[in-house]
Design a protein around this ligand. Structure first.
Ligand code: NAG
Ligand code: NAG
Ligand code: NAG
Ligand code: NAG
Ligand code: NAG
Length: 520
């Protein structure tokens, strides 16, 4: 690996330097001959593309999980673009990938069981080769390609990698995992490129905008070739007429990737060759709350701008720590006819994508009666201009981005709604009488980050000394400055203090980081 490519000042990247030294021990080869193999235990068993942009070998994460992968050699955090079998990692001992004599490339686990294989049992296969494009190919002695990783994308598409009706980009389940998640990018049966959330409970298409038809979204369903591709300049074209260009288009040497991210957004990235960081150059959705499934059933999503999930009054998080499962009612949701029903106002909230019925020019009262009369109706919204009414099934609520103020959810008065701010004037949810207080709401409202902070704080308070080793990237093999790491983690935790006033200013953060790094 050419160290000239990584022009990162070593002083400012105490962690990084160690990682790069570690990587640079690998010898560059881009070919694996028939009958040979790569071993998980040997760090130098890596194929590198001739121009060194891509590397291919075993990529390890966590305690003992390794994947046969292709990644960008020079991105700061190792960016994996392809994996052989993302849902079944291999053991850190004894696993290997072999180009067998019968022509198949096979990934085996410690016990010899097959984790993945190419179905190329042809004695014509002469070698495996990692190309400059990031494509791993099996070639015959004449150079003809018999199998290529480009035909089996994981969550990422690279320049000149053809996207077809047979391929799909499937997001990781969450950051910190490589397993298949629920969001994907694909050509739908009507020839249109779409994004879908396909989870255990609901499945729903959220891009392009489901409120418009194919042509309203600027696409066509007439061309059944179903192919899409983007070039090195960052120009994407598809047979359904989806087209976009990266703003840095024209710069040929920029490394790019199109990735179906774990948060449900599809993004085109450009690599900044000086920092090793990825810059977003295009994304399908500008507001993540429009991604279905982010907050799960019955929950409210707020763009802050990062999406933040919460439960409406009378509901609580179904599985603390996992917003995908949404919120569940704290009351008996099977309402009987005789039971008293009360509506609660949720200002600036839209119920997106799950409408049960729609009526134009109706009064507020008849709108409410319609909802009461249909057992499937959980809520309704009423818009004053033209008196449109929407009845909704029980699905994800959505908070409109314009609601910045601390709005009181759950005004018991039906007619007390704000008529000024948003397109949808009012939002009402139907609850089973009595328990509409917000009790128990915030107590369960804990994200992964807050849990992490809480756990680390407790460890520090209890005088545990091993906590820093536990949270620093294991790939550093313990080669880092304890005091620097401690400072950085403590700084990070102070930035996410509940109490806004306890958070440090940006200036003091930068100051503290510079001081910490100057110690090295
Ligand atoms: C090989 O074939 C098996 C069985 O048909 C299939 O499950 C597997 O996905 C194929 N592998 C590749 C890499 O195409
Ligand atoms: C259909 O799309 C393909 C790929 O973009 C393109 O080459 C072809 O010309 C299109 N066909 C028509 C009839 O527009
Ligand atoms: C980094 O990218 C710029 C274009 O943005 C290019 O001019 C420059 O040569 C690149 N540097 C290296 C070391 O590749
Ligand atoms: C909920 O209401 C139904 C119908 O009124 C009743 O059969 C059921 O027992 C109630 N469940 C609880 C947990 O109160
Ligand atoms: C929608 O509401 C109207 C009354 O406004 C009713 O006649 C119609 O049956 C409803 N449709 C559905 C699918 O519930």
């Amino acid at each position: 690996m050419g160290s000239s490519q990584t022009s990162i000042p070593p002083k400012k990247n105490c962690f990084l330097t160690v990682l790069f030294l570690f990587l640079s021990t690998s010898s560059a080869q881009n070919v694996l001959r028939r009958g040979s193999s790569l071993s998980v235990e040997d760090d130098s068993d890596i194929l590198t593309s001739p121009d060194k942009t891509f590397s291919c070998g075993f990529y390890g994460m966590g305690q003992n999980a390794y994947w046969f992968s292709i990644w960008f050699t020079n991105s700061k955090d190792r960016t994996v673009v392809w994996m052989a079998n993302r849902d079944r990692p291999a053991n850190g001992r004894g696993s290997r990938v072999s180009l067998r004599r019968d022509g198949a490339m096979v990934l085996t686990d410690v016990d010899g069981s097959i984790i993945w294989e190419t179905n190329t049992t042809s004695t014509d296969v002469g070698r495996a080769e990692l190309l400059d494009t990031g494509n791993l190919v099996l070639k015959d002695p004449g150079g003809k390609i018999l199998w290529q990783s480009f035909d089996f994308p994981t969550d990422t598409l690279l320049p000149n990698q053809l996207f077809t009706k047979r391929t799909k980009l499937v997001a990781r389940s969450h950051s910190g995992s490589y397993a298949s998640g629920y969001f994907s990018f694909f050509f739908d049966n009507d020839n249109v490129l779409r994004l879908i959330y396909d989870g255990p409970d609901i499945s729903s298409i959220y891009w392009p905008n489901p409120d418009f038809d194919v042509f309203g979204n600027g696409r066509t369903n007439y061309n059944s070739s179903r192919t899409a591709v983007f070039d090195e300049m960052g120009h994407f074209i598809s047979s359904d007429q989806l087209q976009f260009r990266a703003p840095d288009t024209g710069l040929l040497r920029i490394k790019r990737r199109l990735t179906m991210d774990h948060d449900g957004n599809l993004r085109l990235y450009s690599l900044n060759n000086e920092t090793g960081l990825w810059v977003i150059s295009w994304q399908a959705l500008s507001q993540l709350c429009n991604v279905h499934g982010i907050c799960g059933i019955n929950s409210i999503c707020v763009n802050t701008p990062d999406p933040k999930c919460s439960c409406p009054p009378g509901y609580e998080i179904t599985e603390p720590g996992n917003w995908n499962k949404g919120c569940k009612p704290m009351f008996n949701s099977t309402l009987s006819q005789s039971q008293q029903v009360k509506f609660v106002l949720l200002p600036h909230v839209d119920f997106w994508g799950f409408d049960l019925n729609f009526s134009a020019s109706t009064t507020f009262d008849s709108c409410m009666k319609l909802c009461l009369g249909d057992y499937r109706c959980k809520a309704f919204s009423y818009r004053l201009d033209g008196g449109r009414t929407l009845l909704h099934k029980r699905r994800a609520f959505q908070w409109l981005p314009s609601a910045e103020s601390e709005t009181t959810i759950g005004s018991p008065s039906m007619y007390n709604f704000n008529t000024k701010k948003t397109r949808w004037k009012a939002w009402f949810a139907k609850f089973g009488g009595r328990r509409i207080s917000s009790e128990g709401r915030e107590e369960h409202d804990e994200s992964d980050l807050t849990r992490f902070v809480r756990v680390v704080k407790r460890k520090i308070q209890c005088g545990e000394t091993s906590w820093i080793e536990e949270i620093v990237d294991p790939r550093l093999n313990g080669q880092f400055s304890r005091s620097q790491a401690t400072t950085i983690v403590e700084l990070g935790m102070s930035c996410v203090e509940e109490d806004r006033n306890k958070r440090p200013t940006m200036d003091s953060v930068v100051q503290a980081l510079l001081e910490c790094l100057d110690e090295s």
